[in-house]
Write a protein that binds this ligand. Structure first.
Ligand code: AMP
Ligand code: MG
Length: 484
């Protein structure tokens, strides 16, 4: 097999304080279960799913040509508390350069222990890797910046969790795995020069076109802030709850990643948190913008010594940038939510904002399905049940008169709404059903069907109507789990 990836290792130029060289630990019987051929083609990855050598390479049994594999060092605030972390079960094979010159981290998740594994086994369960594959591809399909999934390889090994499970390795593709926690690590454990080179490296890698304003650190902070404001507004648009927005899970390039305990909203509830360990709702749906802002303050804090040599001045300069977040986020959020009910950016009046608030209050009170409420407004679903009641009907009338006043006809409104309101989201009960079928019965049909629909969420093809329905009895005690 010719070389699958065109590897380069620019991250390693930062010096060995930023990583440890480590080889994946071989697995018993690698078998390719899922391969994302369209992604491989897009990135110029020379691989064919029928190639018998591919499973060996994507399980780590055979080191890919050109790879110098490492585990990256990072720290992070987990549920508000600072701790040293690092890739405990992920191994970076290298940075693949696609034919258009773009750089992509190729990482094997679940590839065995590393110097950062602490007491963990370095492994991942098949169920969790299938879930990450499905939801990351759904996010991409929704048009939201996300890590991508190239493959899932089953290992033939058992993984010991609460019960014995099948093991798997996921190949994750990202612009980079540099995160807020990488900067916190450099600040806490390395020299100021290292923090400086990390900042320059990151700006150069992810924001090469941006002109440095006052200084590199402040410019980076501003760029990350803008990307995160955009990203969180997008999560809110589709009802996505990340579930574990620790600073080590916040990417500097603004990509959604670390799909552990994430889930999508069915009925609207701004306090909704599915993660079994998020008992205080720190990462609840409606709290995500606050947490993003908090995480950005951790990034700012890490950068302080290279923002200004005088700490008070540095704090003042960083605070000025951080203070941009609430208004920028509100502006982006309002624009995307207004588009969900048919108004374009130029027509967001105070009346439209009030109209949105009224809708959210009504949804919360009625526990209305988040996705289907917008589809009903769009006319893609009929006004039945709670949607035929007086409050909602009055709301629709109010909306119609505001659209009329803004000169937006029905056709235009539908066009504005179309790419904002998905028809299909990976609903929790459907995700679990698809995962059960693969893991318990080795039946991939349901998974493949759901994957196909979530990859085209605005215009799915086929008989998908049952997949638009929320679970009959709501989410009940549905809970999600970290690190499985
Ligand atoms: P996460 O919750 O996925 O963001 O992971 C938090 C930290 O735990 C990271 O440093 C991971 O590398 C580490 N980790 C999670 N699962 C394992 C595992 N099975 N073995 C070793 N380290 C792990
Ligand atoms: Mg993580």
């Amino acid at each position: 097999m010719d070389s699958v990836f065109q590897f380069n290792h620019s991250y390693q130029s930062l010096g060995d304080a930023f990583f440890k060289k480590v080889l994946p630990t071989p697995v018993a019987a690698p078998a390719l279960l899922l391969f994302n051929q369209p992604l491989a083609i897009k990135l110029g990855i020379q691989a064919d799913e029928n190639d018998s050598l591919l499973a060996g390479i994507l399980s780590g049994n055979k080191l890919a040509e050109g790879s110098i594999s490492i585990a990256q060092a990072y720290a992070g605030h987990q549920f508000g508390y600072f701790t040293m972390l690092g890739d405990g079960r992920a191994i970076l094979l290298g940075e693949h350069i696609s034919p258009d010159g773009q750089r992509w981290d190729v990482q094997l998740k679940g590839a065995g222990p590393t110097p950062y594994s602490r007491r963990g086994d370095g492994r991942a369960t098949l169920r969790a890797m299938l879930r990450e594959y499905l939801i990351s591809e759904a996010m991409h399909g929704l048009g939201i910046s996300s890590s991508r999934s190239l493959a899932v390889v089953t290992t033939g090994d058992k993984v010991f969790r609460e019960e014995i499970q099948a093991g798997a390795v996921l190949t994750r593709i990202m612009k980079s795995h540099i995160r807020v926690g990488t900067f916190e690590y450099a600040r806490q454990y390395l020299k100021t020069e290292d923090l400086e080179s990390l900042t320059k490296y990151t700006l150069n890698r992810h924001y090469p076109a941006v002109e440095i304003q006052q200084n590199a650190a402040l410019t980076l902070l501003e760029q990350v802030l803008q990307q995160q404001a955009r990203l969180i507004a997008e999560w809110m648009r589709v009802g996505f709850i990340h579930g574990v927005m620790n600073t080590d899970n916040m990417s500097i390039a603004g990509e959604t990643f670390d799909y552990g305990p994430c889930a999508f909203l069915n009925s609207y509830d701004s306090t909704k948190a599915f993660s079994s360990i998020d008992t205080n709702g720190r990462y609840a749906f409606g709290n995500q913008p606050n947490i993003a802002h908090w995480n950005l303050s951790c990034l700012a804090n890490a950068l302080l010594p290279i923002i200004h040599s005088d700490t008070d001045t540095a704090v003042k300069m960083a605070t000025e940038v951080l203070n941009q977040f609430p208004s920028l986020y509100t502006q982006l959020y309002t624009a995307t939510m207004a588009a969900k009910i048919g108004f374009d950016e130029n027509n967001i009046s105070n009346e439209v904002i009030d109209l949105l608030k009224e809708l959210m209050q009504w949804m919360q009170k009625e526990q209305a399905d988040y996705t289907n409420t917008f589809l009903t407004i769009q006319g893609a679903l009929q006004c039945e049940g709670i949607y035929s009641g007086l409050t909602f009907t009055n709301w629709l009338e109010k909306r119609s008169s505001l659209l009329l006043a803004a000169g937006i006809n029905n056709e235009k409104a539908t066009e504005i709404m179309f790419h904002k309101n998905p028809v299909i989201i990976p609903r929790n009960h459907r995700v679990e059903e698809a995962l059960d079928a693969v893991v318990m019965h080795n039946d991939r049909a349901k998974f493949n069907q759901l994957l196909q629909w979530v990859q085209c969420p605005y215009k799915p093809v086929g008989d998908y109507s049952a997949f638009m329905e929320p679970p009959v009895n709501g989410d009940g005690f549905y809970a999600t789990y970290c690190g499985t």
